[in-house]
Design a protein around this ligand. Structure first.
Ligand code: FES
Ligand code: FES
Length: 155
């Protein structure tokens, strides 16, 4: 039986009727058209669905939408866009050439954002640890690390 819930996403309230087993990822992508978070493994193993929940990185495929009620959800769309201005991490990924297919990119930026929100000048080890839960099949990670260093240098 569906349940009526209220979700707070990127600063906006949404009232939705959801199935009890509907994931936060499904609701974000299929109902709210926020397609930055990607469906990869759908089982907590790749990180491409990463969002922030109350300011901390979470795999949205592993959270039921009903469990997200009352929490502050932020997706990549909520940190910056071409219309509102890119976040420095988004711009740094472009400038450093850290994007190939892009499937991992939104999740990695959300993981990196949590790091830069708490550590202004992280070491390379801290950067690699922060994105350890995010798989990238294309880049070999070097340019991703460069991009995060570039963004950190702009604080
Ligand atoms: S799709 Fe969520 S961790 Fe892979
Ligand atoms: S850029 Fe393709 S998976 Fe990371």
């Amino acid at each position: 039986m569906q349940k009526l819930i209220t979700l707070q996403v990127n600063g906006e309230r949404h009232e939705l009727a959801v199935e009890p087993d509907e994931s936060l990822l499904q609701v974000l992508r299929n109902r709210l058209e926020l397609v930055g978070p990607k469906k990869g493994c759908d089982s907590g193993g790749c990180g491409c669905c990463s969002v922030h929940v109350d300011g901390r990185v979470a795999y949205s495929c592993m959270m039921y939408a009903v469990g997200a009620e009352g929490r502050e959800i932020t997706t990549i769309e909520g940190i910056g866009s071409p219309a509102t201005g890119l976040h420095r991490l988004q711009q740094a990924f472009i400038d450093a050439g850290a994007v190939q297919c892009g499937y991992c990119t939104c999740g990695i930026i959300m993981a990196a954002k949590q790091l830069l929100d708490t550590v202004k000048q992280p070491s390379e080890d801290q950067i690699r640890l922060a994105i350890a839960g995010n798989l990238c099949r294309c880049t070999g990670y070097a340019k991703i690390v460069d991009a995060i260093k570039l963004a950190a240098a702009q604080t």
